[in-house]
Design a protein around this ligand. Structure first.
Ligand SMILES: O=C(O)CCC(=O)C(=O)O
Ligand SMILES: [Fe+2]
Length: 217
C-alpha cells in the first residue's frame, strides 16, 4: 500500500501507473482517507475509446508503433524548482532507472480490446527522434484526454475506486489549494503487454524482477 499524500506532491499529469517496468500493474485501487472540501477529483480516461476514435489511417499507424517508457524524466517538478524533500523522493523513485519498450496499441489480455498504451512515462517512439516522438505522442494523447473519454470522480471519504491500468490513464486534479488530501493506493500485479501483432514488450534497462508477477494460469 502506497500513501498518496498532497504533502508529498500531486499527480496532476496524465499517466498509467508504473508503465516503465516490463510487467506494469494490471489494476490500481485508490481509497479515500482525507478529502478536501472542494476539488481533488481523480480523472480517469478510457484509452480503448481513444483508440476507436482515431481515424482509420492513424489507427493503422499507431498499431505499428512502439514506445520507450521510463521513470527517469522531469514529470513531477522541474529540476530547478525542486526543494530538498522533492529531491529526496525523486532520488528514491529513480534509484533504479528503467526503460521498457511497450506497444503503443496494447491488446487487452482478457477482452482482446485494443487501447492506446502511452501516458506520461512514454517518452519516445522507437525509431523516431525526440521531437518527432513528442509530436506523435501529443497527437495520440489528445484522443485519450478528450472530455468524451474522461470520467471525473468526486471523492467522498471512505470510497474505493478500482481501475484497469491496462486500458486507462488517470490524473489527479490540483484544484484544492494547500488543503490536505490523502488516499491509499494499491497496485495489482500484471503481465507484460502484447501489441496488435502479438509481439510482447521488452526491457532495455532496469531489472524489475522484484515487481510481483502474475502466476501462470
Ligand atoms: O491522487 C490521485 O487521485 C491519483 C494518484 C496517482 O495517480 C498515483 O499515486 O499514482
Ligand atoms: Fe497514478
Amino acid at each position: 500500500m502506497l500513501p498518496v499524500d498532497s504533502e508529498d506532491g500531486k499527480a496532476n499529469h496524465w499517466h498509467t501507473d508504473v508503465t516503465f517496468v516490463l510487467n506494469p500493474p494490471q489494476a490500481s485501487t485508490l481509497r479515500s482517507i482525507t478529502i478536501p472540501p472542494y476539488g481533488g477529483e481523480t480523472l480517469i480516461a478510457n484509452a480503448a475509446a481513444a483508440y476507436r476514435d482515431l481515424p482509420g489511417p492513424l489507427r493503422d499507424f499507431a498499431d505499428t508503433l512502439w514506445a520507450v517508457h521510463t521513470n527517469d524524466y522531469d514529470y513531477a517538478v522541474p529540476p530547478e524548482s525542486r526543494n530538498e524533500a522533492e529531491r529526496a523522493r525523486r532520488a528514491v523513485f529513480t534509484s533504479i532507472k528503467y526503460e521498457t519498450v511497450h506497444p503503443v496499441v496494447r491488446v487487452h489480455p482478457l477482452t482482446g480490446e485494443r487501447g492506446l498504451y502511452i501516458g506520461g512515462f512514454a517518452q519516445r517512439i522507437v525509431g523516431l527522434a525526440s521531437g518527432e516522438s513528442r509530436d506523435i505522442l501529443r497527437l495520440l494523447q489528445a484522443y485519450v484526454t478528450r472530455p468524451e473519454n474522461v470520467l471525473r470522480w468526486r471523492w467522498e471519504p471512505g470510497q474505493l475506486v478500482l481501475f484497469d491500468n491496462r486500458i486507462t490513464q488517470h490524473y489527479a486534479a490540483d484544484n484544492y489549494d494547500d488543503l490536505p488530501r490523502r488516499l491509499h493506493r494499491v497496485t495489482v500485479a500484471g503481465d507484460s503487454p502484447a501489441g496488435a501483432d502479438g509481439k510482447k514488450s521488452y526491457s532495455i534497462k532496469g531489472d524489475a524482477s522484484h515487481y510481483s508477477t502474475v502466476p501462470a494460469a
